[in-house]
Design a protein around this ligand. Structure first.
Ligand SMILES: [Cu+2]
Length: 183
């Protein structure tokens, strides 16, 4: 309430001979209402912040050899929240689509498959997307990736929502697993 209005209100009440005690009570209830409103806003603010429980570290990719239409995206995903979250999808203007993959050893052979249900990140857990394991797969690359390129990717989490990251493109040179991406 504007101060001017308060003063006017006070003046009016005094002129009407309302007991000062009643006036104090009325003001106290207004202040209580304001305090409650502040608390509600505070809770809403905290809730909004908790949607950023996910943090992403060191997102990177590697330069693609000539003609390759796919590239992998790596990063570390940490869930600082108290509830599990799930990376459900991703997209990038640099690729036709971005899939979430896992690479596993089957005997002597590295195989990868798409995680159609997304990638679960438990409360308080850190998951590494790294060569030889989980990774994003940028499919239908619009142009080859060169060392030094910055590739924007939007991650879409079930709870945290959309998080934009930038893949730092490093040199070709690659851990053994990398060439298996040529599908
Ligand atoms: Cu893959």
């Amino acid at each position: 309430m504007p101060l001017g209005k308060l003063q006017e209100d006070m003046h009016l009440r005094q002129s009407l001979s309302v007991s000062s005690m009643e006036y104090v009570m009325k003001m106290a209830s207004r202040i209580t209402a304001l305090a409650m409103l502040a608390t509600i806003l505070g809770v809403a603010f905290t809730y909004a912040q908790s949607s950023s429980a996910i943090s992403i570290d060191k997102p990177f990719s590697r330069a693609t050899p000539g003609g390759a239409k796919v590239a992998a995206g790596y990063m570390t995903i940490t869930n600082n929240g108290t509830a599990a979250d799930r990376l459900v999808s991703a997209s990038s203007p640099a690729a036709g689509k971005v899939e979430i993959h896992e690479m596993t050893m089957q005997g002597d052979v590295m195989k990868m498959h798409q995680l159609s249900g997304g990638l679960l990140v438990g409360a308080g857990k850190t998951i590494s997307l790294a060569p030889g394991g989980y990774h994003l797969m940028l499919v239908e690359l619009k142009a080859p990736l060169k060392k030094g390129d910055k590739v924007p990717v939007t991650l879409n989490f079930e709870k945290a929502g959309k998080i934009d990251v930038t893949l730092d493109v490093q040199a070709i040179g690659a851990p053994a697993a990398e060439h298996m991406h040529k599908m």
